[in-house]
Design a binder for this molecule. Sequence first.
Ligand code: ADP
Ligand code: MG
Length: 461
Amino acid sequence: MPALDPRLEEQIRDHLSQRIDPQTYRHWLANAPLEHALDGTIDVGVPNQFACDYFEKSFRVAIEEAVNISLGMPRRIQFVVRPDAVYAAGQSASEPEPQLPPPVPPAAVVVRVPEPRQNLVLNPDYTFDQFVVGPSNRLAHAAAIAVSEAPGKAYNPLFIHGSVGLGKTHLLQAVCHALRARSPNLSLNYLPCEEFVNEYIASLKEQKIEQFRTRYRSVDVLLVDDIHFLANKTSSQEEFFHMFNALKNASKQLVFSSDAPPGDIPTLSDRLISRFQWGLVVRLDKPVFETRVSIVRQKALQRGVTFPDDVLEFVALHVDTNIRDIESATLKIIATSMVDRRPIDLDLAKRVLQDQASVPIGRLTIADIQNIVSRHFGVKLSDLQSRKRNRSISQPRQVAAYLVRTMLGTSLEEIGAYFGGKDHTTILYSVRKVAERCEQDFQFKAVVDRLASELRREQQR
Ligand code: ADP
Ligand code: MG
């Protein structure tokens, strides 16, 4: 087992010596070996089982805190019996000092409190950098940034709610990443509410509630995910309430997420509801079309893949439930293109999304698009479907072909058949032409966008 880095060890011992009265520190901790297991756990050597229990009861919290402060992050601490270790100077290791307060005998229970999460396990992708901002999440994003810049001062608590897959966990963890980078000395705890409830129940069973409380109350920033888990759990709510007060009174930052606003969490006590509303309550909504496009683009780029614009729009149009679904559709397209060795294009996207689209592909028909275009430009439907080449007709026809292609993913050949039997290269030319003109001509783009959004509205009906 490797020894700890000496500087780190010195820091840890330093913190401990300040927290614990000198005599006790000298006797029990000054020489206790600290080792570093491969999985990141820190092992504290103790002379015998009796000492092991004593350490657990008396020093765990202090050691955790010292480690957290020295490393900038929590670690799992474990007490291991090392009878051979040089323990307290001049004293036999196996005889604990008699005048020390007699430790409470270890409770004769077999259930162990599940090891609290000492290592903050964060998803490395859940950072602010990788969070796409749009009207549906702008406020929540701004609030999360503010909290990470001034914890305990900006909004306290910050309460983020929204339905599944809209970025609650991503934002909470982004706050942790940002805080870690900014203020490595702050102690953070991020955990799902379920873990809080489970630990609470276990610590009651094992009569370790004081340790449980100390542990939760000794952090600078506490982020609890999916707080709606407190619904129908009266005694956990009670415990949570007291923890909230302790941390809030000490100006520690609290951040919560939930699938519903405070007042809508079933059976949540009024006093918790009102506490949750003390700071800022923000909602995450479903992303709008433009944000969905950016999300598909970003999720693909994250995997080193660039989607053509029509594919971006196709995915954004047909998956409108939540960001998790958009992400999984994007990944499925990438995977299929790799497996089938085919380029990422509309045909592929259409095939992949056939049974994944939340907006059924094909509900909107080519006829719908032709109708709306003919109405808008005041050309006859029969002209649009003809081979006539005068500009007043060919331009609306190009727009219609473009919309069919981007919104329905119909093959070029098929589109040709609907527009006077043109061949696929002509249709390809039309689609490109419209896309190019959209880039150059702002007013023209506005027209095309308006038609598309009108169609989308129709499609969602
Ligand atoms: P929730 O906790 O609300 O259910 P998550 O935070 O787990 O949702 O988000 C689901 C997935 O969507 C995650 O992979 C997350 O990275 C991604 N995601 C959510 N919001 C965004 C966003 N605004 N930009 C980029 N990715 C996002
Ligand atoms: Mg979540």
